[in-house]
Design a protein around this ligand. Sequence first.
Ligand code: SF4
Ligand code: SF4
Length: 981
Amino acid sequence: MTLLDIKPYPCLRSSQDIKRWYEENYHLLSLGGLWLKGGEPNTMDAALFTQATLRFLVCRLSTYRDVSVSISHSLIAQIAQEVKGIFVDFAFLPPPKDMEIMNASKIPLWLGTTTKEPACAFDVLGISNSFVLELLNLPGLLHFSGIPIFKNDRMIRPDIPLIILGGANAAVTSVLHGPIKDQGFENNYGLVDAVIIGEGEHAIKQFLEIVKEGKSLGLSKTEILNSCHGKVDGFYEPDKYEHQYTMIGQNYSEQGLVEKPFPSSSLCEKETKIPLSNEKGLVGIVPREPYVSYPVKGAIVYNLDQIKTMESCPLWYDPESLGTGSLQISNGCPCFCAFCAESWERKPYRERSLPKLLEGLRSAKAHQGLDTVNLLSFNFNTHEELYPMILSFYEETANISLKSQRFDLLSTDRFLVEVLQIIGKTTVSCGMEGISERLRRYLHKNLTEEQVYKACEFLFERGIRELKIFLISTGLEQEEDFSEFGRFVKRLADLKSMCSSNVRIIFSLTPLYYSPHTPLEFHTCITVLEDTKKIRKKVEHICKLHGMEFRESASHEESWLTQLLAMGDRRLTPALVRSSIMDGFTYYNNIPNQIIKTWRTYLTELGLSEGHYFRAKGKDHIFPWDDIDLGISKKFLWEEYERSIHFTERDYCLGRPQVEAQCLGCSACPTGAQIKKITGHKASQPFLLEELHRISENKRNRIIVRLIAGIEPSMRLVSKRFIGIAVARALMLAIPDIVPYYHSLSGHLRDFDGDKATTDFTYGINVYDLAFLSKERIGELLNHESLSQKLADIQQHCRGFRIKEFALNPGDILDVKYILYRVHWNTDFTRSFIEQKMGEYLHAHYVKHTLLKKKDRTIFKVDAKNKKSAVVLHTEINTTNPLEKLDAEFSVFMIVAKRFDIQTFLETFYGFERRRELIRTKIEALGYYGKYPDLQKSIRCISCGDYIQETFLAGQPFIERHCLMCSIKSEYISQYQQKLR
Ligand code: SF4
Ligand code: SF4
């Protein structure tokens, strides 16, 4: 197959067919198909799809699990939902084995998880691209979703959605916009239709409004895109710019087209190793239409207070992200680290004000059931209102998570370390980057060894538990650098022992990535041209010699391909398509060595070379991204590059105590006022520590609200903790006044074998304890009467579960000893088969019992003496009440002990061959029971005469004066359940 033969894959186009397929096959998918289930809280109701005026599918190039902690796709959805009449759904890269299953059944790889509508049923696909390697997956995802891969084919098809790309990596996507005409691929071009460069908060809305209007006026897709120019911030339509390639090298030296890559005094002698040969290079970029901007200016939101931070993020079915939300406190970074894309692409530095942050926090807390808030920023310790923010956030959330901070700022702020200790932050991450001061100057890190040492001293004194230090290998390391690093690590080890600290110190080393739009874009990509193994070994040796841990955070293969795709131009598009569609490579966090070999072959076949992309570039070099302007001029970048290679740096522009900050003239600030704001930046005075101690103390006083929830069968694969967080969310959304007082989900009944979806797939009753700070108002907000009045409102926010009962201050979480389950088989199992297998299971688990058959009931009566140690206390098979419309004609009631393992139990019935079907079994938890504390005082059951050894805790109660075994009569259980409905 050649590039020209690629026809859209014939996928299913009916959501009904896809839904049916999902119902029949979810158990074969990863995580029991949860990633494709949809319907998470804060996602839109599928019923709104048909009536929507615009349908927008937010697409990820990575898997659900990999992006569940990322906020970018959720933020896009939040922004999009402000457009009236829009419907928003999400699509993800399927996990490896699921992709095969889906392809085999012709299921589009990108489909709305909630609606099960194929990508083609939407008006717009909005691809959120976070990092370079994700691009490897784009052609395959389009193709196997039934979408033509090139723009020219898509534009003439009104039934195909517009495809727009945005995200952190949007300005580094030149490899998507080819192939170029003289590559011989006829008129094909453009894997995406347009790109939104920069910050999308305004731009996404502007774009969707124009598409909505265009659609209502019956405009063609081309007309709609044309009308976006000048109206959508950061709107870049790549095919509106012609990239011109011609021969460069010796033949062109007279015409001045030979590149002079570096000044004569450059340190980078290695650059001379890649001579210019006769090869084609990019020599010009010309706009094709008079109405397009050239260059396109990246969108930027100067006033963060005008836009919302992430508030109504969907609660993803992933245990890692549950209860934790991110709040963006600032954007951009005031520093000028030469290697850091964020530094150069997101300037200037801006902060969100404290009142807006508090507003955002409360909304996010309610919408996401948060107990932990992560302060999202490049360096949290640059925020002007850091201290008041910590104080107010700590008062209103159980935990604050603070990620990255600068060593130099920490070294002048002992107080911050004390604060971190009080709020329970015991792990700290900081970037040191270069292993010596010389290399840190090269990287413009503005960081001396003394500053790192001082910051560590504060941290060790305060008993920090883990310190992660990031390093970058530059390929320029020399003996003196290693010696300096060795001396430093030894000093750190001595400091640790002087402070009697047990801190775990981890050095994490990454090879330098020469990012577009940064000063190092001009630099030879040394770290991919040479394997940095030797450097790694030396650094590792030094760390381990002094008892520190060492990690490497990216493989050589990953660095190589990232660098190639970042530096690459439109001529690499055919290689990208070949890799993804013809050769079927999908990126799942690993680049095998073979892939590098394959890419070298692609380059040769395209008449290109890695040397062309990796060599040093001159001052006037035309980069494929020169039609994009991110606010910092190329001249400024070049000057900074020259400073780098001479190992000199300038101080960054943020005002700090004892630093007279200067504007470096990077031109990112639009006004003098903005410049003044940054250079005159003043951190607010720290508060009194007593204040923080008082809050910390007060947090110990909590009241507990216990809610008994009934979970629907459709939610049985979701973790039990998930429902707890959703319960907290429902409560806070229904009673907004309680939001500041909500502390955390303090307890719930876990299932017996962990809390993973695959081992915990019961539904029915569960118990959730929510902790609130015991303050004056909380008594009036959360008393029995007001909760009862609000119950209907609370239920409105419950999807997939209902609140059945609640209690205030009920005491410790229940000490469950026994559970009553009802098991519904929805397979082809017959009643006699179940009876036979049940017997086998009981025998295998040494449960002595007697088999009794009574009319419709088959009872496995466990011997009284055996009950104490038995894993199953009672089992009976009943004919199902036909009114209950269950899947089988019979169901099994079981009273099991705490150590009963569902997985092992079901394996007896399904066998090894059909083990993946286990999770199709519907197991309903009906009630929870404890043990009678004192047998002597227990009374006898009036039905069977045995002692009543169990106590009722939650769910299905006993029949009066009956033991648990005699209480599980199906009519009695049905009556109770009717009452609760
Ligand atoms: S401090 Fe340096 S590395 Fe960190 S975000 Fe700022 S510019 Fe980037
Ligand atoms: S314009 Fe000046 S103050 Fe503003 S970010 Fe650039 S260097 Fe800093």
